[in-house]
Design a protein around this ligand. Structure first.
Ligand SMILES: *Cc1c(COP(=O)(O)O)cnc(C)c1O
Length: 359
């Protein structure tokens, strides 16, 4: 089976085997060793010396944590959005009473760093910027390095949804001065859903000290004080931790440059493969993501039918479009445990299924 959606992604057999073991006390010595090991290794893969926490929840929980831990109701926030997940980040901030200025870009395009500069210039009261590194709904990777340089010129807090980027696409958290960076276990990390991982910079801690948004489950202060004891404030997904310890060793053995290169090769193959099937990419190719490929569906292509044929007849599972993109695009996930061979299989199946789904 080729599960090629942008999470959950397939897990290597070593990871699955590690997760089959008996439960342990999550407040005992053995778990403490595991969480400390996992945290240390994660910091290497985040390329950061900042604190990193493993929060029990999906990526969206991590996004909510980023907001409620650093902001107060009434704070002015600039939302830089290029798709569904960018909009979600803004919605969370609004739900907790932030005053959000929306800098939205057309779906399929990347955020223009100059426009971020203009927005920050226009309103000195803005305290934080929300941005998506890799917009999974449109398969666009934003130029986070340039955006972050501008945000830091204005000395604002930068909260990053890197849920489908970190661990697969280069994101040097410290070099790019990202204050809170969020990712999720089921994306590029080769483990099942259940954990959101977040990094917290010194500036984010300073903001946290003043932040008044209500929070209980997602409190960074609690996460930090429990991590000092080798624990999490609430019961963690113990099995996911077992798997994570193995997956992180695999990632470190491969090395970040090799992981990034493998994702780039898989993405190249996906993009050139769909084009050679006569299809076109949905996003501006200059910003096409290395973790997911979005393909335009012509008027004549029935996306639902295509996905069904791929699943039923070829054991290939792809994703459709979200929100306004439903029926207009389909997406091939290529993050985490993926090689060019996997993409080759997807393309072969696609070649066979396309004519059957086209009127
Ligand atoms: C998957 C994803 C999310 C949502 O994560 P959940 O784990 O489903 O809560 C948010 N942002 C991006 C960019 C994603 O890819």
């Amino acid at each position: 089976m080729q599960l090629r959606i942008p999470g959950p992604t397939p897990c290597p057999p070593e990871v699955l085997a590690a997760m089959g073991r008996q439960m342990i006390n999550h407040r005992g010595k053995e778990f403490a060793e595991i969480i400390q090991g996992v945290t240390t290794k994660l910091k290497q893969l985040f390329q950061t010396k900042n604190d990193v926490f493993l929060l029990t929840g999906s990526g969206t929980g991590g996004m909510e944590a980023a907001i409620v831990n650093t902001l107060s109701p009434g704070d002015k926030v600039l939302s830089v959005s290029v798709g569904v997940f960018g909009n979600r980040f803004a919605e969370i901030a609004e739900s907790y009473g932030a005053e959000v200025t929306h800098l939205n870009f057309e779906f399929g395009t990347a955020a223009d760093p100059e426009a971020v500069r203009q927005s920050l210039k226009a309103d000195a009261g803005i305290s934080a910027v929300l941005v998506t590194h890799n917009e999974t709904s449109t398969a666009v990777t934003n130029d986070l390095k340039s955006i972050s340089a501008i945000v830091k010129e204005f000395d604002k807090l930068l909260l990053v949804d890197a849920i489908s980027a970190l661990g697969s696409i280069d994101l040097p958290v410290d070099a790019w001065q990202c204050d809170v960076v969020v990712t999720g276990s089921q994306k590029g990390w080769m483990v099942p859903p259940g954990l959101a991982m977040v990094s917290v910079s010194d500036a984010a801690w300073q903001a946290h000290a003043k932040a008044k948004m209500p929070r209980f489950y997602w409190d960074f202060t609690k996460a930090r004080s429990y991590l000092e004891k080798g624990q999490t404030p609430w019961t963690p997904p113990v099995s996911v931790f077992f798997g994570f310890a193995v997956a992180l060793d695999m990632m470190l053995a491969e090395g970040l440059p090799n992981i990034f290169a493998r994702h780039a090769r898989s993405a190249d193959m996906a993009r050139s493969g769909v084009k050679s099937l006569g299809l076109s990419l949905f996003p501006d190719e200059k910003y096409a993501s290395n973790t997911i490929t979005a393909v335009k569906a012509s008027e004549k292509l029935d996306v639902a039918k295509l996905l069904q044929i791929l699943r039923d007849e070829h054991d290939v599972v792809l994703a459709g479009g979200q929100a306004s993109l439903s029926g207009k695009i389909f997406r091939i996930g290529h993050l985490g445990w993926v090689t060019e061979d996997d993409i080759k299989q997807v393309l072969q199946a696609l070649g066979k299924a396309l004519p059957q789904a086209t009127s």
